[in-house]
Ligand binder design. Structure first.
Ligand SMILES: [Zn+2]
Length: 399
């Protein structure tokens, strides 16, 4: 099993370039920095990899670099594409916070990442692959730390999945409203609040939306924590949830609500709560598909623009993640804005005059430039800039 955690990448020049062209935003071509390798699950490159994605394949350092390069390039393209529908995703990480800036610096942060200093982040957990991944990864860790506290206290943790019957023609708006109102109905119901007085419960829920052969499939992954009696009292909640769904005329069966007890492992927890979000995003959309459908980023990759637009319209401003007040009683949690803050700059790598930078942004290659520089060094960055007729010769590189 190859498991690489937070590997900071050393930029070296590769002498074995194979000519294989990869297209940019408008079909200009550039040779990738490393030999193309056979498909290896990208789940291997993350500390949140699950056992299921590790097939025991060994990958070399070069292959790993190539995968990371391809993956990041794919994300850059996704952001440009999504930016056509959601403005702020298009400028996330590339629009200056300070409007009077005379130059833009490319810097390296203490965690090893390379980015443009002082840029706005869109913070969209639904539409931006970068912000979503950063937030989800952080939240998964928060939940894990808190659950470990609960485990030490001998609490029982239940994973409960709430779904609802859906048909091909159902609109996401309606299904989302039904799902949330049934959950909230149960959560605020007198019978449930009474039962919690006897057996206190904390909960956290995470919303996931997929689109499959049978249409939209919004569902909730929830955690319920309390003394072991919650295994009985949770039935009150589930009963109320189902009651509300049947009032909407929906069919209830054994798949409507599924309850599992947590086994205490991180992989299982993050898989359960954030799998659809983190894992699918990490593999870039196409390598691994959920049997239940595609997430937003896969819809974008597959050019299902109609579905992507419906998703954007419905999910805008919706809460992805919600928990009871005392859920995180034992640990400190950060806000989204704090999570998205850049890490401390350790080195300035490049300084770009503002005029050139604006030109780069208008040609929609700002993020691609970072990727080329990170994985191919100065030469490849210049090559890309020349390809797009940007003024590469007045850019200042620091040693
Ligand atoms: Zn963003």
């Amino acid at each position: 099993m190859t498991k690489v955690q937070n590997n900071s990448v050393t930029v070296t020049k590769n002498k074995n370039l194979r000519l294989l062209s990869v297209s940019y935003t408008d079909n200009k071509h550039i040779t990738p920095p490393l030999p193309y390798s056979k498909s290896v699950p990208l789940g291997n490159t993350t500390s949140y990899s699950s056992n299921r994605t590790n097939k025991g394949e060994q990958i070399t350092e070069d292959e790993l670099r190539k995968l990371k390069y391809d993956y990041k390039k794919h994300k850059c393209k996704q952001k440009v594409k999504i930016g056509e529908f959601v403005d702020r995703v298009g400028y996330c990480g590339t629009r200056c916070i300070n409007k009077d800036q005379q130059s833009v610096e490319v810097v390296q942060g203490e965690k090893g990442g390379i980015y443009y200093a002082n840029m706005q982040r869109c913070g969209s957990v639904w539409f931006c692959p970068d912000c979503m991944y950063k937030i989800m990864k952080h939240r998964a860790n928060d939940v894990y730390r808190q659950l470990n506290q609960y485990k030490d206290k001998g609490k029982t943790v239940l994973f409960v999945t709430f779904t609802l019957q859906h048909k091909q023609a159902d609109r996401l708006d309606k299904l989302h409203t039904w799902l949330l109102s049934a959950f909230n109905y149960a959560n605020k119901h007198r019978r449930w609040t009474e039962s919690k007085k006897n057996v206190p419960i904390q909960f956290l829920r995470s919303l996931e939306v997929l689109k499959g052969a049978n249409g939209w499939h919004p569902h909730l992954h929830a955690l319920f924590v309390g003394d072991k009696e919650i295994e009985v009292s949770i039935k009150t909640f589930i009963g109320l949830y189902k009651k509300k769904l049947s009032e909407y005329g929906l069919i209830i069966n054994e798949h409507t609500v599924v309850v599992d007890k947590w086994n205490g492992k991180l992989d299982d927890m993050s898989d359960y709560l954030f799998k659809g979000m983190i894992e699918m995003e990490m593999v870039g959309g196409n390598l691994k598909k959920s049997s239940k459908g595609k997430n937003f980023f896969q819809l974008i990759d597959d050019n299902d623009i109609e579905a992507a637009k419906e998703y954007i319209k419905v999910m805008k401003g919706k809460r992805q993640y919600h928990h009871s007040k005392a859920f995180f009683n034992d640990i400190e949690v950060k806000s989204d804005a704090e999570i998205l803050q850049d890490d401390r700059k350790v080195k300035t790598l490049i300084s770009i005059p503002i005029g050139v930078y604006k030109d780069i942004v208008s040609k929609k290659i700002a993020l691609h430039c970072l990727n080329e520089y990170e994985y191919g060094g100065q030469d490849r960055l210049i090559k890309l800039l020349e390809l797009y007729d940007c003024e590469a010769d007045i850019i200042c590189f620091y040693d």
